[in-house]
Design a protein. Structure first.
Length: 282
């Protein structure tokens, strides 16, 4: 992927590579985030280190107050760390100006939100063209149509959000996230407002994009069932990463019935927390 910034702007040639030869898309080193609330300091993140490589499909999980939302905002270049470094696709995002951060958000990150965030009186094709307009890109109509076709909405180009189901609206949002060919897609509870069938369809799209096009996908979720459809789960607690482990056999969307909440959580905990040697937990 060609960098948005020239080397002078922070591009590094020494980007880490894993054993499979994949470059690091996300590098976070010693990141902290502290908020001042009157005389009280709230430490939302406490020295987080994290690397995510090209083509990974990752879930970030954690309870309320764990720092999950704060980490998501930093990953999305919506906020900057109090200390530490964040490099996205080789660019030190933690040191950029507001104008360059806006360019990063448009070119390097595709956002998908729980509430879709579509404009009410704008057709599906125009929704997807918006990032291209902001970027000053050519061929907007062609690229938007191709993105919508890739998520199965080639016949819904001129439909308004009110004429689409919830699942179809989320697919428009995914196409919008894809159209600028970002370094990663950052999805915040992408199935949270969908019924089980539509949620499975959206998960299938993400898995297909990751598997067939090698797109890096990061889910931020509290839902252990959703996390089990990804390849790696990172768990936060009290502003720190407390577990980071691969999912040995990720679920295939639409192929499994959802178990009870207790069984879901037990399965994730067994894989992520208790996947090491027995002496680590005694």
């Amino acid at each position: 992927m060609v960098s948005l910034f020239k080397r002078r702007g922070g591009r590094r040639d020494d980007v880490p590579v894993d054993v499979q030869g994949r470059r690091a898309v996300i590098e976070i080193q010693g990141v902290t985030k502290t908020y001042a609330m009157g005389d009280i300091e709230v430490h939302a993140l406490r020295g987080v280190d994290l690397t995510i490589y090209e083509g990974e499909f990752v879930s970030i999980m954690g309870p309320s107050g764990s720092g999950k939302s704060t980490l998501m905002n930093i990953l999305g270049a919506l906020d900057q760390p109090t200390s530490g470094a964040y490099r996205l696709d080789g660019v030190d995002v933690s040191r950029l100006s507001e104008s360059d951060l806006a360019k990063v958000r448009n070119k390097k990150i595709g956002f998908v939100f729980q509430n879709f965030n579509l404009l009410k009186r704008t057709t599906a094709q125009r929704q997807v063209e918006l990032p291209l307009i902001y970027a000053g890109a050519g061929g907007r109509s062609r690229k938007a149509k191709a993105a919508l076709e890739s998520v199965g909405l080639g016949q819904r180009l001129n439909h308004l959000p009110s004429e689409l189901s919830g699942g179809q609206q989320q697919r428009v949002a995914i196409a919008r996230a894809l159209v600028n060919e970002p370094a990663m897609i950052l999805a915040d509870e992408p199935t949270g407002n969908l019924d089980s069938r539509s949620g499975a369809e959206v998960l299938q799209i993400f898995q297909t994009l990751n598997r067939e096009r090698g797109i890096t996908v990061v889910f931020v979720t509290h839902d252990s069932w959703i996390a089990r459809h990804t390849q790696r789960v990172i768990m936060l607690r009290d502003g720190q990463i407390v577990a980071d482990a691969p999912i040995a056999e990720p679920l295939i969307a639409g192929h499994n019935e959802r178990p009870s909440m207790e069984d879901e959580m037990e399965a994730v905990l067994k894989t992520v927390y208790y996947g090491g040697k027995e002496e680590e937990y005694t």
